[in-house]
Design a protein around this ligand. Structure first.
Ligand code: NDP
Length: 331
């Protein structure tokens, strides 16, 4: 028997509830690889899966946790053998398939990536889905011509999970990083990650009728969308790109939208971490091991246990979590 955070749904009221319970290996879903989980994390999607709406959950009872890192215990797939260290993000694990909020998980071998040299299971989850997505965003901006030495790169939702890791990676790569935050008290935290300037959230959330503004940014990792993305697009330098990864500030982009695209050749790059092919995932994890300073990563970490998760799920949906929550499922 082992511990798991189980989310159940009362069919009559439609209400869901989450609690740590004991389950056994025979309860686990089908898959080629059984993993002894060390760590998982708390992402925005986990908040949705733990919370009362349960929006993304496809089956009940459910074990959330959209990412985890651990050690292979048993495998019917030749690519993995007992003792191998692995990391998993994406593939609707934690939504349609039981995820990482348990001491064991069983998944498809195709969904895993071997832990790259330079990362252990804890640091891999300090990165987690948020950091993996931040790296995909940086790689997409580079593929579209971003190089250090130009105007600042903007990171929105900077004190959150994706924003924190994006700030640290971009600064480490030599970019001048402008971090947008609605939490002025996080200025020291963001500067410690390498941000060279802090932009208050209100400066970018006022909708303006202007079709374009001055060209301020050589790239942007945007976790927020909504009114802010509408403003940011108008402030991009000619021919540069915004990597859009999330919608913490709303799904609708507001403002005179077409002008940045046709008058400044701005690119809007959509980043999806869920369905990345194996080679991309491996490349991103190897870049993370190479380009993310581990001391900066440590500064982002808030430790947690399985029993902390119901509260943390509520906090992340309110934008109140700083950096990365690393869940020690065995604590
Ligand atoms: P977090 O909650 O950790 O961070 C989001 C940050 O956005 C907050 O910390 C806050 O930063 C800012 N924010 C929150 N609400 C608002 C608002 N109303 N207006 C402006 N800013 C706001 O979440 P993550 O970083 O983990 O994820 C961010 C987004 O990215 C989510 O929408 C998530 O679903 C998505 N995502 C997408 C992935 C993909 O594959 N595309 C993968 C991972 C996440 P601050 O306090 O600094 O202002």
């Amino acid at each position: 028997m082992f511990n798991a955070l189980i989310v159940e749904k009362d069919e009559e009221s439609g209400k869901t509830s989450a609690a740590v319970k004991e389950i056994s290996e025979s309860d686990l879903p089908e898959g080629e690889v059984t993993v002894a989980v060390d760590y998982s994390t708390v992402n925005y999607k986990d908040g949705l899966c733990i919370g009362p709406g349960g929006g993304l959950v496809r089956n009940y009872p459910h074990v959330p946790g959209i990412d985890f890192a651990g050690t292979v215990e048993d495998s019917t797939d030749a690519r993995y053998k007992p003792g191998d260290k692995i990391v998993l993000t994406g593939w609707r694990v934690g939504e349609a398939h039981w995820g990482g909020y348990a001491q064991k998980a069983r998944v498809k071998a195709d969904w895993l990536v071997p832990l790259p040299a330079g990362l252990d299971t804890r640091s891999a989850m300090a990165v987690g889905t948020a950091g993996f997505t931040a790296m995909l965003a940086v790689m997409a901006l580079e593929d579209h011509g971003l190089t250090p030495g130009g105007k600042p790169v903007l990171v929105t939702g900077a004190a959150g999970g994706v924003g924190s890791v994006a700030t640290a990676i971009l600064a480490h790569l030599g970019h001048d990083v402008a971090a947008v935050t609605g939490r002025p008290e996080q200025e020291d935290y963001l500067k410690n990650l390498g941000a060279t300037q802090i932009v208050p959230r209100e400066e970018l959330t006022d909708v303006t009728r202007k079709p374009l503004e001055s060209e301020n940014w050589s790239g942007c990792v945007d976790a927020v969308a909504g009114a802010m993305l509408g403003r940011v697009l108008k402030q991009m330098e000619y021919g540069t790109s915004v990597a859009a990864i999330g919608l913490a500030g709303g799904a609708a982009i507001e403002g005179a939208l077409i002008t940045p695209f046709i008058l400044r050749g701005v690119n809007l790059l959509g980043i999806d971490s869920v369905m990345q092919p194996y080679d991309n995932r491996l490349r991103a994890w190897e870049r993370i091991a190479a380009d993310l300073p581990m001391d900066k990563l440590e500064a982002m970490v808030q430790p947690a246990t399985l029993s902390d998760l119901p509260q943390l799920g509520r906090d992340i949906l309110k934008g109140q979590v700083k950096g990365r929550v690393v869940v020690d499922v065995n604590a």
